[in-house]
Design a protein around this ligand. Structure first.
Ligand code: 5GP
Length: 381
């Protein structure tokens, strides 16, 4: 749907390494290849790593040949990807390309999340990983990027449209902010290190903390001190919540009162009631939920109920590369799959516009986005 591409959109749940371009992953692996199929790509990636002795190919082979992978299988893919992407130069490249891809799809605000990683063999610390990400943001030149909290903006000289005037030319503009992810495999100390890093880097576009990683690994209590600390310091937190049935954890997470949660796939009646009472915004990733078989089909997806109940929600991609999707494809899917709620162009636009309230960036950015959407609204029909 053309209008899904052309309307301004907000992305609040995108994992950096999950958003990698197929072509980049292929290039890193096999510079001479020109194939384009994602399944083939992962197959080649695993085969290469198997030959190098990094992984046992036979253990992951079955994961690679199918499009619907369980959540656990998807995490095996992430390990494969990290194996070849975790060096400074590649992290910088992926960051630049992911921003360019979202901007090309008319995302006007992108909250990109990534797990700062230590990789001793590459001389990488969590801090140098983040610096490589920042380098990637700075190196974007095809669009105008606003990424720093304290960027000095003379409001009167700034256009608040989707396009900025630069040297007489119209250039697309995108606001980019970062969330630092804590991986559920990490220790309490590593989680605290990530929060400290986020606090230090607040002036460089870091606006919050995310808890993600394989949901069947790790205990909520391990991460709680770091998350409490983030909250106390005024750093917003979003949690991957209810990706697997785990009522105790879901309750503990909701009691923590995060600013947003991701997925909420395995909630029971009682948890829906609590969520709705607390009005915690939900980051919805339709393709991801279907591909990972967390939700059996769109007909039973909770998006429809939350939308109908006027519960705050945001439409997101999760991992555009891994799941071969895009933000406009998620809008098109929501619009067509929940037709009985008549989600036409106007409704989808209003949904995107409402998301401004749930971003973690400052009021200045919120104000500018509101102006941007107001301008786009007047040109809608
Ligand atoms: P990165 O943090 O390396 O930039 O992005 C990939 C990582 O994001 C994965 O290794 C995983 O920790 C996290 N991630 C990506 N997609 C999902 C998801 O659907 N659920 C959860 N829980 N974590 C995810």
């Amino acid at each position: 749907m053309e209008w899904c591409v052309s309307m301004p959109k907000i992305e609040l749940h995108a994992h950096l390494n999950g958003s990698i371009r197929d072509s980049t992953l292929l290039y890193i692996l096999l510079p001479s290849f020109t194939y384009n199929s994602t399944s083939f790509l992962f197959y080649e990636l695993a085969r290469e790593l198997g030959e190098k002795g990094t992984i046992v190919f036979s253990e992951v082979e079955h994961v690679l040949s199918k499009n619907e992978r369980s959540l656990v299988e998807v995490f095996k893919l992430f390990d494969l990807i990290h194996n070849v992407t975790t060096d400074h130069k590649t992290v910088t490249r992926i960051t630049k390309e992911v921003i360019e891809d979202f901007a090309a799809d008319n995302a006007v605000y992108l909250e990109l999340r990534t797990t700062p990683k230590r990789n001793d063999s590459k001389g990488m610390s969590k801090r140098s990983y983040l610096e490589a990400v920042l380098e990637g943001i700075k190196s974007v030149d095809s669009v105008e990027v606003d990424f720093s909290r304290n960027i000095n903006v003379d409001a009167s000289s700034h256009s608040h449209g989707v396009y900025d005037i630069c040297n007489g030319y119209e250039r697309k503009k995108i606001y980019v902010r970062l969330l630092l992810s804590i991986d559920r495999r990490e220790t309490a100390e590593a989680a605290m290190e990530t929060v400290e890093l986020a606090l230090e880097m607040r002036d460089f576009g870091v606006v919050g903390i995310d808890l993600s990683g394989n949901p069947v690994i790790g205990q909520w209590l391990t991460f709680l001190p770091a998350l409490e600390y983030a909250k106390k310091q005024g750093l917003p937190v979003t949690l991957h919540c209810g990706e697997v049935p785990n009522p105790d954890e879901i309750h503990a997470m909701l009691d923590f009162l995060p600013m947003r949660i991701g997925h909420a796939c395995c909630f029971e009646e009682e948890e829906w009631k609590l969520l709705k009472k607390l009005k915690i915004p939900v980051e919805i990733c339709l393709t991801s939920n279907i591909r990972t078989e967390t939700i059996s089909s769109l007909d039973v997806h909770h998006f429809a109920d939350l939308y109908k109940s006027n519960h705050p929600l945001v439409l997101c991609t999760d991992d555009a590369g891994v799941f071969s999707t895009s933000l406009s494809a998620e809008y098109a899917l929501a619009s067509s799959a929940f037709g009985k709620y008549s989600l036409g162009k106007r409704e989808m636009f209003e949904l995107a516009q409402k998301m401004i309230e749930f971003i973690f960036a400052c009021d200045r950015v919120k104000g500018e986005l509101k102006e941007m959407f107001a301008k786009a609204a007047s040109e809608l029909d």
